[in-house]
Write a protein that binds this ligand. Structure first.
Ligand SMILES: CCCCC/C=C\C/C=C\C=C\CC(=O)SCCNC(=O)CCNC(=O)[C@H](O)C(C)(C)COP(=O)(O)OP(=O)(O)OC[C@H]1O[C@@H](n2cnc3c(N)ncnc32)[C@H](O)[C@@H]1OP(=O)(O)O
Length: 298
C-alpha cells in the first residue's frame, strides 16, 4: 500500500539501526520454542504461531494500557517487524491487562508539556494509525475490556472486532467528553465502520457504548463470553486467512486508501493543528478537570 511504503522507511530505519532496542536495554529478538516464536519490548508482547502464521500482540502496560510515546513507539516498531515478516499473515490485537483493552491516548502526554513534545507525541499517534489501518495482514481486535477513544480507534483499525460480552466494558470515541475533538482521521475510520449518521451522533455526544450496544451500533462485529474472546478471534482468523492474500489485500486497500492518503498528504498540517489546539489554556484546563474527575471517582 502507498501509505505503508511511506511509513516503512522511517520505522524500518529505526528498527534496523537498533536505536529503539538499545534504548530498551537490548534488541527485541525472537525467542524460539517449538512452533512458537515470541518477542517483547517491554510494553508489548508478541507471540507468533509458525504453523498458522498468526501473531498475537498483547498490550501489557498496566494499569490501563494508555498510549504514551514509549508505548506507541514500541507498538509501531513491533507491527513493522511483523509486517516485513513474510511468514506472518494475521495479527490478533488484545490486552494482557485485566478488564482493559486500552484507555486510549495517555492524557498526561497532552498536558503541561512543550510544543515539541506534543508534536512528537502526535506524530507517533499518526504512525500507529497509518501502520495499523494500512496493514497488509489480517487484523482482528480481541477486545477483552474497556476501550475508550484511542483504544477504540485501535480496534476500529482492525478488519474485525470481537468483544467480551460484558456490559461493564464500554467502547467509543468519547473525545468531546474530555473537551477535545477527534481529528478527521479518527472520524474517517469510524465512518468507514458504522457510517456517517451513526458517527455524527457518536462523536458529537462522545458516546461510550457498553458491549451489547456496541454490537447493535456496529462498532464491534461479535460478542462472546469473556473467556472465549481469544479462541473466537483465532477461529475468525482462520476464516479470514482462507481468502487469498492478494485479493483480500487489494480489496482492503481499495476501501481504506482514500482515508490513508488524506492523512499522508496533510501529516505536518495535522501535527501543527494538534499542537496549537492542545496547547490552548482552555483545552489544558478541560483536560485537567477530566483527569481530576477520573482520580476522584475512586
Ligand atoms: C479542531 C482541531 C482538532 C485537532 C485535533 C485535536 C485534538 C485531538 C486530541 C486528542 C484525541 C485523543 C484521543 C484519546 O484517546 S483521549 C483519552 C481518552 N481516554 C479516556 O477518556 C479514558 C479515561 N479512563 C477511564 O475511563 C478509566 O480509567 C478506564 C475505564 C480506562 C479504566 O477504569 P478503572 O476504574 O479500571 O481505572 P482507573 O482507576 O480509572 O484508572 C487507573 C489509573 O490510570 C489513569 N488513567 C486512566 N486513563 C488514562 C489515560 N487515558 N491517560 C492517562 N492516565 C489514565 C487513572 O487516572 C488512574 O491513575 P491513578 O489515579 O491510579 O494515578
Amino acid at each position: 500500500m502507498a501509505a505503508q511504503a511511506v511509513l516503512r522507511s522511517s520505522a524500518r530505519a529505526r528498527l534496523l539501526s537498533g536505536a529503539f532496542c538499545a534504548q530498551r536495554g537490548g534488541p527485541a529478538l525472537w525467542q524460539h520454542h517449538q512452533n512458537q516464536r515470541a518477542f517483547s519490548n517491554g510494553k508489548i508482547l508478541v507471540e507468533m504461531d509458525e504453523a498458522t502464521g498468526v501473531a498475537v500482540m498483547k498490550m501489557k502496560s498496566p494499569p490501563v494500557n494508555s498510549l504514551n510515546l514509549d508505548f506507541l513507539t514500541e507498538f509501531s516498531i513491533s507491527l513493522e517487524k511483523l509486517e516485513i515478516d513474510r511468514s506472518c499473515r494475521g495479527l490478533i490485537l488484545t490486552s494482557a491487562v485485566s478488564k482493559i483493552f486500552s484507555a486510549g491516548l495517555d492524557i498526561t502526554e497532552m498536558s503541561g508539556k512543550s510544543n515539541e513534545h506534543y508534536a512528537a507525541f502526535w506524530r507517533a499517534v499518526q504512525e500507529m494509525w497509518l501502520k495499523l489501518y494500512g496493514s497488509n495482514m489480517v487484523t482482528i481486535a480481541a477486545i477483552n475490556g474497556s476501550s475508550p477513544a484511542g483504544g477504540c480507534l485501535m480496534a476500529l483499525c482492525c478488519d474485525y472486532r470481537i468483544m467480551a460480552d460484558n456490559p461493564k466494558f464500554a467502547i467509543g470515541l468519547n473525545e468531546t467528553q474530555l473537551g477535545i475533538v477527534a481529528p478527521f482521521w479518527f472520524k474517517d475510520t469510524m465512518i468507514n465502520t458504522i457510517g456517517n449518521r451513526a458517527t455524527e451522533l457518536s462523536l458529537q455526544l462522545g458516546q461510550m457504548y457498553p458491549a451489547p450496544e456496541a454490537l447493535k451500533f456496529g462498532l464491534v462485529d461479535k460478542l462472546v463470553p469473556e473467556d472465549k474472546v481469544q479462541s473466537a478471534a483465532a477461529a475468525a482468523m482462520s476464516q479470514w486467512l482462507s481468502v487469498p492474500d492478494h485479493a483480500r489485500q487489494l480489496t482492503k486497500s481499495m476501501m481504506r486508501k482514500p482515508a490513508i492518503d488524506r492523512l499522508v498528504k496533510q501529516r505536518e498540517a495535522d501535527i501543527n493543528n494538534f499542537v496549537s489546539f492542545i496547547s490552548k489554556d482552555s483545552i489544558q484546563k478541560s483536560l485537567q478537570i477530566y483527569m481530576d474527575r477520573l482520580k476522584q471517582k475512586k
